[in-house]
Design a binder for this molecule. Structure first.
Ligand SMILES: [Zn+2]
Length: 73
């Protein structure tokens, strides 16, 4: 399991110029990384405003991949 999204988001929001957003899967990637570690894409949007938006969005939506024990009614 990777770092908590909220933790990452806080770091990103504080310093968005060090990050970029993958245009394929939407992952936030370190600017030093040549390709996306998730999908290996190499197209990014590095505008700080967009990176910040994406980080906030990511922190606001909890991951739903872990637990499926809650039954739908
Ligand atoms: Zn990606």
């Amino acid at each position: 399991m990777r770092q908590d999204y909220k933790e990452i988001a806080t770091t990103v929001v504080n310093d968005p110029t060090n990050y970029k957003v993958c245009m394929v899967c939407g992952a936030i990637v370190d600017k030093a990384s040549p390709t996306c570690p998730d999908c290996l894409a190499y197209r990014f949007d590095s505008s700080p405003g967009y990176v910040t938006d994406r980080a906030v969005d990511m922190a606001a939506k909890p991951q739903n991949a872990v637990s499926h024990h809650d039954t739908l009614e």
